[in-house]
Write a protein that binds this ligand. Sequence first.
Ligand SMILES: [Zn+2]
Length: 285
Amino acid sequence: MPLVNPQKMLEAARDGGYCVGAFNIVDFLSIEAVVAAAEATRAPVMLQTSSGVIKKFGVRKLVAMARLAADHSPVPVALHLDHGTDVKVLSEAIKAGYSSVMIDASEHPFEKNVAITKSVVEEAHAAGVSVEGEVGRVVGVEDDIVVHQDDAIYTTPEEALEFQRRTGVDFLAAAIGTAHGFYKVEPKLNIDTLRKIRAQATFPLVVHGGTGLPFEVIQELVRAGATKMNLSTQIKKTYIDGLYDYIAAKRTEYDIIKVLAHAKSELVTMISGYIEVLGGAGKAE
Ligand SMILES: [Zn+2]
């Protein structure tokens, strides 16, 4: 089916107590792997692109690749721009056919974050595109965005609700102690904050930094109200390990299709596992 605006899938997930996996793709193979995993588990799914991937391909090529995979698939697939900081790039993505974008103006003070986010919401909604905002600061490295542990700002329920009310974002990333990249120390998660926001919020909540969290912690986050969970670093790790393992085992075999097929198969298995843990399996119907 055509790319879908994820608003309905996220609202259904929030009401149904499960979570939609949002996977950061890096090329067409990883797009195919995410969609194949969603089909295997009959789950709705979100493809996400980071600023680095957008720099490499450009938004038009990414939309074309996502459409190619989604159009022939029976499960709903959304294309989302992850951590947009450049309003110009967001505008290009909206015009090119993204079904959802994230404006990350969380580096700015609250009022400026509200103003920038609100302007993106106006443009996106006029085009039928949904918007994710961020309040508080998620730590770690996300392409060009580097946030140190000392600069982490945990979202409070009050500001989450005020931010959504004033900006009109469709879903909101709350900084509750998860981080981008690999965890070097065990994260201090503020799951109770998520629970408190969920109790009062009418909008879906997003948790970034899914890589490295134990499955039981992920399930606790889902029970607490996480409705969209982002997974990026694990995609890169499984992809690279898949290539490496195959090549290391068969150093003199030069069948590139088999090498890539092995990496893709590893990705499909890993992504399907996350979809199951998030509770999204069987929810495409
Ligand atoms: Zn993120």
